[in-house]
Structure formats: C-alpha cells, structure tokens
Design a protein around this ligand. Sequence first.
Ligand SMILES: Cc1cc2nc3c(=O)[nH]c(=O)nc-3n(C[C@H](O)[C@H](O)[C@H](O)COP(=O)(O)OP(=O)(O)OC[C@H]3O[C@@H](n4cnc5c(N)ncnc54)[C@H](O)[C@@H]3O)c2cc1C
Length: 395
Amino acid sequence: MSDGPVTVLIAGGGFAAVEAALAVRAMAGERARVRLVAPDPEFTFAPAATRSPFAAVTGDRLPLRDLAALAGADLVTGTLAEVRPDLHCMLTATGDELRYDHLVVAVGARAERWLDAPGVLFRGPRDEGALGDLLRTIVSRAMDGERLRVVFAVPPGPGWAVPAYELALLSSLWLRRNGVRESVELTVVTAEDEALGVFGHEAAEAVTAELGEAGVEVRTGAVIRGWEDGALRVVPDGRVPADLVICLPVLRGPRVAGLPHTQLGFVAADHDGRVVGSPGVYVAGDAGPFPVKQAGLACQQADAVAALIAVELGAHVAPPPAPPTLRAVLWTGRGDRFLRTDLAGGRDESAGVGAITAELWWPPGKVAGRFLTPFLEGGPDTARLVDLSAGEGLR
Ligand SMILES: Cc1cc2nc3c(=O)[nH]c(=O)nc-3n(C[C@H](O)[C@H](O)[C@H](O)COP(=O)(O)OP(=O)(O)OC[C@H]3O[C@@H](n4cnc5c(N)ncnc54)[C@H](O)[C@@H]3O)c2cc1C
C-alpha cells in the first residue's frame, strides 16, 4: 500500500459502481482517492425502460461525469479486461494498466438471448424501440381482425422478473386504450413458483390478483424449452399458445479474466462481497454471485463493500444490515404497487416477509440506494429519473 490517500478503483458505471463511489466518499472521506472506470459516458436508468414504450418518458440517462463529480471521483474511460490481484492492478481493453489498493468490480451481468420465437427480446433501454414497434404491429393486426396470443416469458435462473409483469400490465392498459384489448390474449409464463414469489406468498397473491383484474393469465412453475408452430414448449405442462413472445433475457456473469467465477460466469465472492482468493478485490451488483439481480440490492452490496474498505482505511463505520432488503415498485398502469421482503440467501424459497401496500420506504423511488437515490430524486437539475408514477403520460 502507498502512503497518502489509497486508490479505490471502481470498474463500472451503473448503480453498483456509482453507489460504491458515493458510499466510499461518504464513509472514508479524504482517506481514499476514488476512480471510476467505465466504457460508457452515461449512467442508464434501466428501470424506466418498461414504461418508455407506452409513454413519452424522458430522462432515463444521466452524464456519468456528473455523478462521479458528486462522489469526488475521477472518471476514466475504459473497459476492465483483466485483473492481476497479485500485482494490485487491472488492465483495460486497450492495454492500460491501472493500479489499485482496493478494486470494486461492478460491471453488471450479460443479458443473453435464450429463446428463438417471433417477438422481442427485452433487455432494457436498448430494446425500447423494438418493443414499441411490436406493440404498434399488434394493434394494427388486431384492428385488421386477427386474434393474437402474446406471451411475456421469464426464464429460470438468476435475474429480475418484475419487468415482465410491468410489461404485461401496461400492455393490457395500452391495448385497451387503443380499442383492441378484446382481440389480444396476454399471458405471463414464468419459471417462478408464484408471480413475484421472491417477495413472499402474500405479495405474490396480491400481484396475481392485480394481473387477474387486468385480464392477464399467469402460468407459474413453467420452464420454457422452445417455440414451434405458434406455441411455447414448456416443462412440465406441454404447450402454451403464443403468436408473439416478449421475453426477458437470461443473465450470465462477466467472466472477468484473472478472477474466479461461478459456473454461470459471475464473480465468485463471499457474502460480504470479497472476491475469493483475491485480496483487496470486491464485487457488487449484478456481476456478483447473488441470484437476485436488482439495482436496489446492487446498491446495498456496494454500501457493504464500501463499509469494508472504509473500516480498512481506519474509518469508524457501522456494518450494513444483513440480510439485505428487497424493495420494488411495480408499475401497474393503475397506481404503483410497493413490494418489500427481507432476503435470506437470495433464493425464491428464502424465508422472508412480503407486503403490498403504498410507500413502504422513503423516498418511494424505483431504486432504493442509500447514497444514490437522493440524487436521482431531484438533487441536481439533471436528475429527472423519478416521478414516473404509472398512469401519467400513458398514451
Ligand atoms: C427493464 C429493466 C427494468 C428493471 N427494473 C428494476 C427496478 O425497478 N428496480 C431495481 O432495483 N432494478 C431493476 N432492474 C435491474 C437493474 O437494472 C439491475 O439490477 C442493475 O442495473 C444492476 O446494476 P449494476 O451496477 O450491477 O449493473 P449495470 O447497471 O448493468 O451497470 C454495469 C455498468 O458496468 C459497465 N461495464 C460493463 N462492462 C464493463 C467493463 N468490462 N469494464 C468497465 N465497465 C463495464 C456498463 O457500461 C455499466 O455502466 C431492471 C432491469 C431491467 C433490464
């Protein structure tokens, strides 16, 4: 370790990375020199993407430079290509060598195609346009007299299923407003045991009721094996008719060279985020092994890692609460639904409490991050990422 401020390098420019930068600054103060290394000059607010195809929503991106400045961090344009834990340095894709005392890997997951079917793979903001085109095609085909069966598909494995339910609910409302709802069957097909069962049985029942009121069918416990002749092949129930499929991606890990990874490529780490066998290296967010891939959790993991680093630097910081709390807002088109549970182990079968009611936390944003959310809630002028309550702006 060097004298003076130590270098905390953070690879990534998403929720986990920005929260880690803000948290290290808040907890370690001037003890740390923070550098963010990211390939993209913008921070993307992926949660807005489910609403964008239905509404004139702007502001799902912020200049990363502004967020880095809030954290007093340097912003380096680059892509993490390899870590050399023995030398305490990382290599970028262009061969630059960046030295660190502590490295936080926050490069997210890879969203991959897994199903060959007519429709759209919805990975977030990059697929908003394709989904908008598909929705308009559905309306025009329905107006021409066709009856269509549209499926929202959730794959098994690590991920975040809320977008599939939001897309189904918002599609239902949008098709109704376009006068073709009666011509289109909407079904969510999911490998989950219950609709959003990760929040507990009580919340799952409330979500199922919400879907029922919107006329959206749900097939749970269904693993999709493929699509042929106008239907999905599912295990164990056989076939689900589907003319068009809007599917979420499977998520795989970033397989960072030089670091150990799980079978699916996620960076292997202990419960605190310390990367196995790699002193001074941590992982936070979707890149790590925790199976629920969610921005609020990414922020909590980033805070936990920042606390470890701050304590090592001599700061007096209380350890973050464990287990983490999963918080989500489900946009229904008829009002926001708040879901919350305490996660033990991060698996669908984990014990926990679920609730569905109004404003279970404050500020009641889509993403609850201790240090990041206040800026997204309207701190600087550029932070127009909230106030996206469903029902407004739908067209
Ligand atoms: C449609 C949709 C809706 C969602 N809704 C919600 C929601 O309502 N609430 C919620 O909490 N979560 C939601 N999520 C999940 C949430 O977006 C992710 O869990 C979250 O983005 C994970 O944050 P992250 O920082 O780990 O990764 P990301 O946000 O994916 O950020 C990764 C960052 O790393 C950068 N990067 C990639 N590779 C490298 C590299 N090699 N070197 C350096 N940098 C790299 C990327 O450019 C990016 O800046 C949603 C996701 C989607 C797709």
